[in-house]
Design a protein around this ligand. Structure first.
Ligand code: ATP
Ligand code: MG
Length: 419
């Protein structure tokens, strides 16, 4: 016997007993986004590696060690499985001149790929829903994005999420801050770990994101971004807070919020839970006014966020409100050639009437067919034998209530089953 082939570590099969939750989630998502006027965009899973290097930033965890990058040997192109969706979305908007028609409210959903250590809430193929508002400069759109998140938590029945926000300022304030950070960390050179030493002169802001416990002391005392912020960014941040307060959105300002991607400026935010251990961030985003130009488009402001579907589903499952797996309305059992002929017709008729119908396939006696009907969880069995065919009727048997079975006309079934 040859050994069997398994799925790749950190990449999950989502089986039917779980996938119905995904379908349920996706239906809510599409309705929710439509209700705010966002339109779906679908881009390829594979892009030129350069797109992500340029947008996410060369000295970030994602680009340094998490990307699935490979050479397309047919033409020697370096390609990468997308680790996130914003870069592809912006690339597509530029390539197809979407912004010529004015600002765009867009969203995408699908798998992303990062080579991380797999653990609960962290996978190598994971799924995101991402929302991008391209061409909007003001704090009103930042507020809209946050308000719509809050609405979604309500629709999904998730509670207890904390909103943390910060502002990173404009590129000049970041340059100023960067210089002060380098000076500060240089003066504590002996206390830096290997990662931080490497980043000291390339991307010192990333040092603040270090998870190394030994680094927390000197990170705690590092110069604060707030002291380097430009006036306009402060005003933008104030206005955002004003709108959120007006809409009753509760938030915490966390000036230590550092995002894992370099393209952010001004507003950044995260929705965090205490219920998922270390993988507590379920949604993260912010403003990225420089990205469109950086990828080769005409300069345009933008703002967006992405959320992790696996983490949100874990929260939905943990909130006590069980989402039932959908069951078929009717399972049709039949025996004999004429009965089968009639059964095909009945099945199509009832589906046309809006019912979910399984037609028994594979033969067998009534008893074994009834067992299969029961195992599907169907609410009713529809029994068709020679008697039923000659009377042009069907026998409807409730499977989940003690009511007796009854001979009825096919045309009355949909009403009796009462979906
Ligand atoms: P983390 O700090 O947890 O690594 P991140 O800052 O790398 O997250 P983003 O790139 O901002 O995450 O992605 C947005 C969201 O996507 C995260 O908040 C999280 O919910 C989800 N996410 C990111 N990486 C993974 C992963 N490897 N597995 C599952 N979900 C993920
Ligand atoms: Mg990460």
């Amino acid at each position: 016997m040859t050994h069997s082939i398994k799925a790749i570590r950190g990449m999950n099969d989502i089986l039917p007993n779980e996938s119905y939750l995904w379908v349920h989630f996706e239906q809510i998502i599409h309705q929710w986004l439509a209700s705010y006027g966002y339109r779906n965009i679908r881009t390829p899973l594979v892009e030129q590696t350069d797109l992500f290097v340029r947008s996410i930033g060369e000295v970030t965890d994602i680009v340094e060690k998490e990307m699935y990058t490979f050479i397309d040997h047919l033409n020697n192109d370096s390609l990468t499985l997308r680790p996130e969706g914003t870069a592809s979305c912006v690339r597509a908007a530029i390539e197809h001149n979407l912004l010529y028609a004015g600002p765009q409210r867009l969203y995408y959903a699908g798998p992303m790929f990062r080579h991380e250590r797999p653990q609960k809430g962290r996978y190598r193929q994971f799924h995101q829903v991402g929302v991008e508002a391209l061409g909007y400069a003001g704090p009103d759109i930042d507020a809209e994005l946050i308000i719509m998140c809050s609405r979604l938590w309500e629709l999904l029945g998730i509670s207890g999420l904390r909103l943390e926000m910060s502002t990173l300022g404009d590129s000049e304030s970041r340059t100023r801050h960067r210089a002060r950070l380098i000076k500060y960390f240089e003066s504590h050179h002996d206390k830096l770990d290997e990662d931080s030493l490497r980043r000291l002169h390339t991307n010192p802001l990333r040092i603040l994101d270090s998870k190394n416990p030994q680094m927390q002391g000197i990170i705690e005392n590092a110069p604060r971004l707030i002291d380097d912020l430009d006036e306009e960014s402060c005003f933008h941040f104030e206005s955002l807070q004003h709108i959120l307060r007006g809409q009753g959105i509760v938030f915490e300002i966390n000036l230590r919020l550092v995002r894992g991607l370099d393209y952010y400026n001004r507003t950044v935010f995260e929705w965090v839970t205490d219920k998922l251990g270390a993988q507590g961030t379920v949604c993260a985003g912010g403003r990225y006014d420089g990205l469109v130009e950086q990828i080769g488009g005409k300069s345009a402001p933008a703002c967006g966020f992405a959320m992790g579907i696996e983490r949100l589903l874990a929260l939905m499952q943990g909130n006590g409100k069980e989402i039932m797996q959908p069951v078929p309305d009717i399972y049709i059992v039949h025996q004999g050639e004429q009965a089968m002929d009639y059964a095909w017709k009945c099945a199509e008729f009832l589906r046309y009437e809006g019912l979910n119908v399984i037609l028994h396939c594979g033969g067998g006696g009534f008893k074994s067919q009834m067992k299969k009907a029961d195992a599907t969880g169907a609410r009713y069995a529809l029994i068709i034998g020679d008697d039923e065919v000659s009377a042009q009727e069907v026998t409807l048997k409730p499977l989940r209530q003690p009511t007796e079975q009854a001979r009825v006309k096919l045309a009355t079934v949909a009403e009796l089953v009462d979906k």
